[in-house]
Design a protein around this ligand. Structure first.
Ligand code: SME
Length: 205
């Protein structure tokens, strides 16, 4: 028999213990989850997230020699960038769009990428890409719908990271990565992509 409630409490549907004076947490009869079980569920979710983050960091490390190998002694720079975008895109589940915009005069021009079709040019200071170029620093943005002047190449994009590629003090390109999820990128992606940006800067004269 399913135990549901008594006068002053509820039975937890997970551990089955009677919990007196706890606020009912469920929707409908017999759906209470006690505070202890709620905390355990939360802890498990957190540790799963941590494991995933560690795997992402490890993958970036493994990608470094692969990116180095992809560009070594390659004269075909467009092909090399196309291969790097393919490698990155196929290595991470949280990547939806990933590619390069190359500095050309006062604008960024679309370079090799993987994902949905994208805009050809971005002016300096415009969108996340133009801003990262102007500010000469990586931008990690958790919710692009709230980024002033965000350029929505795809309506599916929800968060974005843009990493400048430097030649000396000058930005010569940016790596742009979009995700369908909110807050998909963090310091691990920033560190990994900045290392990759340093390697591919060799392709720019
Ligand atoms: N969202 C970018 C534009 C490029 S696409 O995402 C591929 C931006 O705001 O600069």
């Amino acid at each position: 028999m399913v135990k549901i409630a008594s006068k002053k409490g509820w039975y937890c549907k997970i551990c089955g213990r009677f919990r007196a004076n706890e606020k009912f947490s469920g929707i409908g009869r017999g759906r209470h989850i006690c505070k202890d079980c709620q905390r355990k569920i939360q802890e498990e979710k957190l540790s799963k997230k941590q494991v995933l983050k560690m795997e992402i960091a490890k993958t970036y490390e493994q990608l470094i020699p692969e990116v180095e190998a992809l560009i070594k002694d390659v004269d075909n720079h467009v092909g090399a960038l196309a291969n790097v975008s393919a490698l990155l895109h196929s290595s991470f589940l949280h990547y939806f769009w990933c590619g390069f915009y190359i500095v050309s005069g006062d604008k960024l021009e679309l370079g090799p990428f993987q994902g949905d079709v994208a805009c050809y040019t971005i002016k300096k200071g415009r969108g996340v890409c133009g801003k990262a170029w102007e500010e000469k620093q990586t931008i990690v943005f958790p919710n692009v719908l709230q980024f002033p002047g965000h350029i929505a190449c795809s309506s599916k994009s929800r968060s974005e990271i843009v990493v400048p590629v430097f030649k000396g003090d000058d930005v010569v390109a940016v790596i742009d990565v979009d995700s369908k999820g909110y807050s998909a990128f963090d310091d691990i992606d920033k560190a990994g992509l900045e290392k990759i940006a340093k390697i591919i800067s060799q392709l720019f004269e």
